[in-house]
Design a protein around this ligand. Structure first.
Ligand SMILES: *Cc1c(COP(=O)(O)O)cnc(C)c1O
Length: 235
């Protein structure tokens, strides 16, 4: 990092690697204060919209866990990166069309957007066919927002039950994305409570702006985009 031009007045000019180190340090500090072990929380570096060249230095610095929200972008960007870093772990954090399930199971190590029965059925088929077992998180629409993916709160228990019983899926945890204009903490508290009741240990919640709150409610996976890669280009 000798080339780093750390200018605190212009944080957008910090490198992703510097931001990554800061994020790790912040995460460890908060977890230690809470009496939680830093080893219990995965930092997912959300690299969506950033090109492979922007991701490569973060891989070179030793980070291995990344999040992408689009299958097509991942298919274009990651094969060359994976060739150099085969142990990179990819999390799908965006909607998955059921007709793309085969590609998703082949490419991702975790799928965090399981939210409907058709997808559960397709995932079960592909997992069987490919012998690959990505971790599965059920996305929960904690704000019951009509435009957003995720299982509604009222349907959650039944859905988890059918994933397990009818489709034989092993679920890792729950994931949520609170409504942008809500205070996030109550959503995190709710997700924690529901996961515990369902016997699910994984809690993917918390993004750059609110991950500290999420940690306080037991997050096991935080998804940091801006905090690592800086502001995303507007599309
Ligand atoms: C983009 C995205 C993130 C990262 O958001 P930041 O605010 O940049 O940290 C996390 N989770 C999901 C589902 C996303 O789509």
């Amino acid at each position: 990092m000798t080339t780093e031009q750390a200018n605190p007045a212009r944080p957008e000019e910090l490198s992703a690697v510097t931001r990554l180190h800061k994020a790790h340090a912040g995460l460890e500090k908060r977890l230690t204060e809470m009496g939680r072990s830093p080893a219990d929380v995965k930092l997912i570096a959300v690299s969506k919209t950033f090109p492979a060249e922007a991701v490569r230095p973060v891989l070179a610095a030793g980070h291995r866990v990344f999040g992408e929200n689009r299958l097509q972008e991942t298919e274009l960007k990651w094969p060359t990166l994976k060739a150099d870093y085969p142990d990179a772990e990819l999390h799908l954090i965006g909607a998955l069309q059921s007709k793309k399930t085969s590609q998703a199971v082949a490419l991702f190590d975790a799928i965090q957007s399981l939210d409907r029965e058709k997808l559960a059925a397709k995932l079960a088929d592909e997992i069987q066919k490919q012998g690959r077992h990505p971790q599965l998180f059920v996305q929960v629409n904690t704000g019951d927002e009509p435009q957003k993916g995720g299982v509604g709160l009222a349907a959650l228990d039944g859905f988890v039950d059918r994933c397990r019983r009818d489709y034989g899926l092993t679920l890792t945890g729950l994931m949520c994305l609170p409504p942008v204009n809500d205070v996030p903490a109550p959503h995190f508290a709710l997700l924690q409570k529901r996961a515990e009741a369902l016997g699910l240990s994984g809690l993917s919640m918390g993004m750059s702006a609110d991950f500290e709150d999420a940690l306080a409610f037991g997050a096991t996976h935080v998804r940091l985009g801006t905090a690592i890669f800086g502001p995303r280009p507007k599309v």
